[in-house]
Design a protein around this ligand. Structure first.
Ligand code: ADP
Length: 304
């Protein structure tokens, strides 16, 4: 289990990137969802032990990871946002190099372990190709091979699906889901679909604070009857935006379909209640700082 308490990070400036984050995560996939600049990478880097918090604590299976970074390193897999590769090396040589740097213990020798890891992430076919010839998805899978090379208890992946095409993303989802079966996996993302597909539990971070800690089902249920949808003419849009809390404006077959959040249940003329999506929940959180009827709703509003 991963326990985070009162985590604060203030960068010189000062920039208060994390303003007191509390969280408990058990084995499985956990999503950290938030817009750019919300503090996700700061949070992930502190969890990974590569950045010191200003204050607060992190415990993995009861062990203080900030006080004992070596203990953490032996149990951690980390796929950072900017993962550096030596483009001229083959995927296999790159992996062997990274395993050496990490000091991974391979009882059967590093070669067989590298081959096994490449097989696990479906990259055996490209093991002997230079990394510079890899697609974004192939690079990410090599990054995951590196991250799981020490069989970590905690796997941290920071915005791993950004820049992947739909097919690569799907393949990456399957790999992550498999890896989350027997360890804590923390996935940071600004893509709502990543969470909808993968995460039984997730938190939403906004301006350095958690504004929700919930499940996709509960987040959608909190909005039941409060999301309405209708088709409007483009000329009607400005007035609608002014009067109502518009969450999404979709262009469907040339028509403007607008979704509106209506906390009180009233609605624009001709609009019908629809099943809320996770995207709706996220957009309401970004707009209002809380979902109705949830614990976070009682928290102080976020003004950023
Ligand atoms: P995210 O990963 O959600 O995009 P970050 O954790 O990268 O968010 O950034 C959170 C905030 O902290 C942003 O306002 C960002 O500009 C700021 N920040 C991040 N790194 C630094 C740094 N090294 N020095 C100063 N400010 C930083």
């Amino acid at each position: 289990m991963l326990q985070v308490s009162g985590l604060v990070k203030v960068y010189p400036g000062p920039v208060a990137a994390l303003q007191g984050v509390d969280l408990e995560v058990t084995a499985g996939m956990f999503g950290l969802l938030g817009p750019n600049g919300a503090g996700k990478s700061t949070f992930m880097r502190i969890l990974a032990g590569v950045l010191e918090p200003t204050s607060g604590g992190v415990r993995l299976d009861g062990h203080d990871t900030i006080a004992d970074p070596q203990w953490l390193r032996e149990r951690l897999g980390y796929l950072p946002q900017d993962f550096g590769f030596y483009a001229h090396l083959t995927g296999r040589d790159m992996l062997l190099h990274l395993m050496r740097l990490k000091g991974v213990n391979a009882p059967g020798g590093p070669g067989p372990l590298a081959d096994e890891l490449l097989r696990r992430v479906n990259m055996s076919f490209a093991a002997q190709r230079p990394v510079k010839s890899y697609s974004g998805g192939m690079r990410q899978r090599l990054g995951i091979a590196q991250a799981i090379s020490g069989n970590p208890r905690l796997l941290i992946v920071d915005e791993p699906t950004a820049g992947l095409d739909p097919e690569e993303r799907l393949r990456f989802y399957h790999l992550l889901a498999e890896l989350a079966e027997d360890r804590v996996v923390i996935l940071s993302t600004h893509i709502v679909e990543d969470v909808a597909v993968l995460c039984p539990r997730f938190a939403v971070i906004r301006a350095g604070r958690l504004v929700a800690l919930t499940t996709p089902r509960a987040a959608r249920a909190a909005l039941e009857g409060r999301i309405v949808e209708g088709v409007v003419r483009p000329a009607e849009l400005p007035a609608l935006r002014e009067q109502w809390q518009v969450t999404q404006e979709l262009l469907v077959e040339g028509h403007h379909r607008v979704r509106v959040y209506t906390p009180g249940g009233d609605r624009p003329l001709g609009f019908e209640a629809v099943a809320p999506s996770l995207e709706d929940a996220y957009l309401v959180l970004m707009r209002t700082g809380a979902l109705p009827g949830t614990e976070a709703a009682a928290a102080e509003p976020v003004n950023a």
